[in-house]
Design a binder for this molecule. Sequence first.
Ligand code: URA
Length: 422
Amino acid sequence: MDAISVIRTKRDRGGLSDEQIDWVIDAYTRGEVADEQMSALAMAILLNGMDRREIARWTAAMIASGERMDFSSLSRPTADKHSTGGVGDKITLPLAPLVAACGAAVPQLSGRGLGHTGGTLDKLESIPGWRALLSNEEMLSVLDGVGAVICAAGDGLAPADKKLYALRDVTGTVEAIPLIASSIMSKKIAEGTGSLVLDVKVGSGAFMKTVEDARELASTMVGLGTDHGVRTVALLTDMSTPLGLTAGNALEVRESVEVLAGGGPADVVELTLALAREMLDAAGLKDADPAKALADGSAMDVWRRMVAAQGGDPDAALPTSREQHVVTAPSSGVLTRLDAYAVGVAAWRLGAGRARKEDPVQAAAGVELHAKPGDPVTAGQPLLTLHTDTPDRFAYALEAVAGSYDVAPAGTDFSASPVVLE
Ligand code: URA
């Protein structure tokens, strides 16, 4: 077998055989297939697609490239959630402790920010002392003792995906349904969760811009999970506007703590509860009441123990930005659009995200929203506050948000998109 014949098969719109897939994933993981060959193959897959058999085999080969975790020693059922990525998507932070407070074990292996979308680990690292890197033994011990753990995936889990994902990020080959589905599901299946809820984002701030594409991604991933014995369900949720009122690391932790304290923006609370119900259902805990666990402080209690178990101080002050710049409403009326992608790019340029994977992020950088689509606004009132420690970044962020919002005259008939689409 050789890489060139595999690339040619897909370039010429053929189906890759099981043997070709097993060989190319294994040889790439071992370094025998070069990055430039794998990027040519990824581009051929992006352009020519894969059928369900190929996607299933590709996923199985990525799982087989590394170790599989085993949570069968836990007394509670395991439930995990994965979001396909968005702007202001801090849901994992309140959700993991909430679902644990309701009786499930939540092993939440999370990632760092990619492009304009934020990363859960970057957000949590704004808590002084908090550690993302745990050994498998530490992870199991936090999961057993607290009920929820949010940490980085170890190097041993789906190493083929680790290499391929970094390559796709710099070769314009992220947005391919077979590659996204196999990337996400190989990690989740190798992680060993018993049930999984997928939050498939749709809209300008998501990888999937249309409901049709999001449906195809969701059904591909649900099929892969089910075939591997993981109870998998998917929700399609709106990502045309940012979730909540913040995009950025410490800003989003602060908002998540507000939700755990019984407050927070309505859309964040609604999506957290909707996903919690799906996770508890999938884990066989149908009688649990997540709204009660949020209201009575038990979810907050798990959050505090989870943060402390990973070295963080849940009472420490979170970093605040050295510089702020306010963007005001151009006219009075009703806000009818605030574009998620533009806000995500602005937060990224302010320092909340990274341009290269080894770049540091600024804990306090990001964007604060003062209104959401559907809200009344008055000319000159603050619409956005931009936060950064490096004020030379304001100009680039302002460029990103220029033209990203519309204000219609008061009385215009307008209804904001629902949070959960289907
Ligand atoms: N998240 C992943 O883990 N992989 C992708 O390909 C896209 C989003």
